[in-house]
Design a protein around this ligand. Structure first.
Ligand SMILES: *Cc1c(COP(=O)(O)O)cnc(C)c1O
Length: 377
């Protein structure tokens, strides 16, 4: 059996080596490292794939979130509602812009932001909602868009973990994740479902005006060369990364299928173990399994993680500490009682190896190791 990895980028590269090497060599040959033809063609290809009018590439997924919020012309102290159970980047940018983050609890089945909790958190100062499409499936976007319309709020979808997932609205329309709200953002960090070989990110929108503003913000707030309309940042996707992404975007659907196949194997094995809850999927969304995360009754996750490691099975705990308890994110302003679900998830979740190159003997070994641990603990 090949050594099991949480994410196996090396085996994935081996499959596309000829294409990647020649595309990279091409960039070296023309030496237009910034804003080269690869960036423009990847942008167009991604617009096409996602079915959105505008893709604005940038340097990473955290920048994408920050630029999205900067484009909305919010004032210091305006409130932005987001999930308590997410990667810190989602919340970090809110504070950096002197906006006030309002963390709310999540849905116990999908782990995505709870629409009921959003409703309860709305105040006259609320200006935006950032749903996170956590682990690869969409948040309850129909409800979230309804709330946003009722209260005149912006919706910024943090789609760093669910690129390629689709969501079917109550109207019957199917839309790719990130194209439903006013702005979507994503990350091309190497381990993400569409990852480059360094850092990268992008914003998506169907709104021409927001696109114009975001394009100016990524480039120092400059609309015309050396004329600055606003304060911006320097946030670029470089040509080498775009070259890799152009190749991997063509494979994204097959990569997603490989993840879904691995998830099916896990699901069928674990469905027979009563203490395990396998990932529940919102029927309106597809799941692209950025993570395959189990909820297990009565375990010590860290003990289980170290047992699995001894068996050659890497596993991760996403996320072990809720954001509302963090020093940096205003722990003292929150009451633990408002976060029943995240508190529980932080103690019961464990994510198993998930990538595009998992083989049957590896999946079998992982499942048996989990089963064995639960027999004795
Ligand atoms: C990875 C990630 C980000 C940040 O992306 P970077 O490219 O690492 O800056 C933001 N939000 C979520 C939910 C993520 O998983």
């Amino acid at each position: 059996m090949k050594e099991i990895q949480m994410v196996d980028l090396k085996s994935q590269y081996a499959e596309i080596k000829a294409d990647v090497d020649s595309a990279m060599q091409n960039v070296l040959d023309h030496s237009i490292f910034i804003n080269g033809p690869e960036v423009k063609s990847f942008q167009a290809d991604l617009e096409n794939y996602l079915g959105v009018k505008h893709v604005i590439p940038c340097a990473n997924g955290t920048d994408a979130l920050q630029i999205a919020l900067m484009s909305l012309d919010l004032q210091p102290g305006d409130e932005v509602i987001t999930s308590d159970f997410t990667f810190a980047a989602t919340v970090e940018v809110v504070g950096l812009l002197r906006l006030k983050h309002v963390l709310v609890d999540v849905d116990p089945d999908t782990f995505c932001i709870s629409a009921d909790a959003i409703r309860e958190a709305i105040t006259p100062k609320t200006k935006a909602i950032i749903p996170v499409h956590l682990f690869g499936q969409c948040a309850n976007m129909d409800e979230i868009m309804t709330i946003a319309e009722e209260h005149d709020l912006y919706v910024v979808e943090d789609n760093a973990q669910a690129i390629g997932a689709s969501y079917t609205r109550a109207t019957g329309e199917t839309i790719k994740a990130g194209g439903i709200g006013h702005i979507g953002t994503t990350s091309f960090f190497p381990s993400k479902n569409l990852g480059c070989y360094g850092d990268g990110g992008a914003l998506f929108t169907n709104d021409d005006e927001l696109a114009r503003i975001c394009r100016s913000i990524v480039n120092h707030g400059m609309a015309k060369r050396y004329y600055y309309d606003r304060i911006g940042v320097n946030s670029r996707l470089d040509s080498l990364q775009a070259a890799v992404l152009g190749i991997k975007l063509k494979k994204l659907d097959s990569y997603i299928a490989a993840r879904q196949q691995a998830a099916e194997y896990y699901n069928s094995f674990f469905s027979q173990i009563s203490r395990i809850s396998t990932p529940a999927v919102n029927p309106q969304s597809t799941h692209v399994f950025h993570q395959y995360t189990l909820k297990i009754d009565g375990i010590d996750q860290f003990k289980m993680q170290s047992y699995l490691k001894e068996q050659g099975v890497p596993a991760m705990i996403y996320y072990p500490v809720a954001l509302h308890t963090q020093e940096a994110y205003g722990a003292k302003d929150y009451s633990d009682n408002d976060f029943e679900v995240t508190n529980e998830l932080c103690k019961t979740v464990i994510s198993l190896p998930m990538h595009t190159e998992l083989e049957i003997d590896q999946l079998q070994h992982i499942c048996q190791a989990v089963e064995q641990y639960l027999k004795n603990n």
